[in-house]
Design a binder for this molecule. Structure first.
Ligand SMILES: O=C(O)CCC(=O)C(=O)O
Ligand SMILES: [Mn+2]
Length: 212
């Protein structure tokens, strides 16, 4: 690594090298610790915290409207519509920082993304419930690249049919890549925590298919 590259050596290991797959079966999961060094991660966190159009979403479950317990926004190519929280979302145009991160994440993953879902967890009370990113617009075996910035949080995976669980701590600058059949067989979540937490931003780069 030289001082001009934002990547740390850890992040250089080959993606899709089965030796690094953290999922024991039924999918692929790769963790690139400190994909971005602390200094670069600090800069990105500051740019995204103030520069993205964070919104509080409402969701309709079991006959009632609820506030989604985090802030969200959706960026991407003009045709990359995405359905979440029960609503179709038109993407906002890429910001220069998001474009830059997208290019670097694409290089690491060796695949193209046309959109990114951004989540801001304001403190330990913000969370994401158990789900799989298995919407049909993502295709059968989507590659989803998830960059974490800010305070560390627990990321939990649970197999849909078996009892296995996996706990992963996602820290400032880490890149987690979910691939293969993972979304079809595993659920994931970011649980609430009683521990005091500072804000965390998570960006999940996705490829929305044109026809599905
Ligand atoms: O915040 C995270 O690490 C997870 C985000 C996530 O699962 C999603 O956006 O679908
Ligand atoms: Mn998800």
């Amino acid at each position: 690594m030289n001082e001009h590259t934002p990547f740390t050596e850890d992040a250089q290991s080959a993606l899709y090298n089965t030796g690094n797959n953290l999922a024991p079966f039924d999918g692929e999961l790769y963790l690139f610790k400190k994909f971005y060094c602390a200094q670069k991660s600090d800069q990105l966190f500051a740019a995204f915290e103030t520069g993205l159009a964070w919104q509080e979403e409402d969701i309709f479950i079991f006959g009632h409207w609820h506030k989604v317990p985090r802030l969200m926004c959706w960026y991407g190519d003009p045709d990359a519509y995405y359905h979440y929280s029960g609503v179709d979302h038109q993407p906002r145009p890429w910001t220069p920082e998001l474009q830059l991160v997208r290019a670097e994440v694409e290089k690491q993953c060796r695949c193209a993304f046309n959109s990114v879902l951004a989540n801001l967890y304001r403190d330990g009370r913000d969370s994401m419930g158990c789900h799989a990113d298995d919407e049909k617009e993502l295709g059968l075996n989507p590659v989803i690249a998830s960059l974490s910035l800010g305070d560390e949080r627990l990321f939990k995976l649970r197999h849909k049919k078996r009892k296995e669980t996996l706990d992963i701590i996602l820290d400032h600058g880490d890149l987690l890549v979910m691939a293969g059949a993972l979304q079809r067989h595993w659920l994931h979540s970011v649980p609430k925590t009683r521990n005091f937490k500072k804000p965390r931003i998570n960006l999940t780069f996705r490829k929305i298919l044109e026809r599905y």
